[in-house]
Design a protein around this ligand. Structure first.
Ligand code: 5GP
Length: 189
């Protein structure tokens, strides 16, 4: 999506370790007009996928998932991130190693809100190594629900996450696909 690519070129900052900082428009200060456009694009792509639920993980996926949910008229389920395994009954859990923070978290959703038969569209801000995506897919599998697609606003294709998701038979859709991430030189697919 040209709008997002232009914004990344103009305002994104490349940090050490292959991290792209998008704090100015996507996950600290939010550019609501841009995020609204991301939601509209996601809705166009998945309008006939039959999704019944959008799922994301706190916190930086929430705004994009909300924008898509608003357009598709679907509820958004936000998986919680916990540092410990001290978690109550009535939930599904999966471990997720955080690429940006280098810690293992547990992602958690209530069994009340993720139920068998649900058709889930997963939406997140970034796709890098695919760990977060696999954690969310595990929650969906545990519930006996199905995943109709995985959306990332920004995909860093060098890190290979797409393959892991596609191997599970899930369609991957990203709005900006970065093939090379170097300070002053960001290249898109
Ligand atoms: P993965 O699990 O695919 O390696 O990484 C996905 C998660 O890590 C995303 O939910 C996102 O929060 C975070 N992440 C991965 N790469 C980046 C990055 O370059 N910049 C930012 N801001 N977050 C990232």
């Amino acid at each position: 999506m040209k709008l997002l690519e232009d914004k990344i070129i103009k305002e994104g900052k490349v940090l050490d370790g292959g991290i792209l900082k998008v704090d100015g428009f996507l996950n600290h200060r939010l550019d609501c007009a841009l995020i609204g456009e991301l939601g509209a694009d996601i809705a166009r792509e998945f309008e006939s996928a039959g999704a019944t639920l959008i799922m994301t993980v706190e916190s930086s996926g929430i705004s994009i998932a909300y924008a898509a949910g608003e357009k598709l008229r679907l509820p958004v389920l936000v998986a919680k991130k916990h540092r410990s395994l001290n978690i109550s009954d009535g939930v599904y859990t999966a471990p997720v190693f955080s690429f940006t923070h280098k810690v293992e978290n547990t992602v958690v959703v209530s069994r009340e809100y993720l139920t068998a038969g649900e058709k889930v569209l997963v939406v997140d801000d970034f796709l890098a190594s695919g760990n977060a995506a696999l954690g969310l897919l595990s929650l969906i599998e545990q519930a006996g629900a199905t995943c109709v697609g995985f959306v990332a606003a920004i995909e860093k294709s060098e890190q290979g996450g797409r393959k892991l998701i596609e191997e599970k038979g899930v369609k991957v859709y990203s709005l900006a696909r970065i093939k090379e991430l170097r300070a002053g030189d960001i290249k898109f697919d």
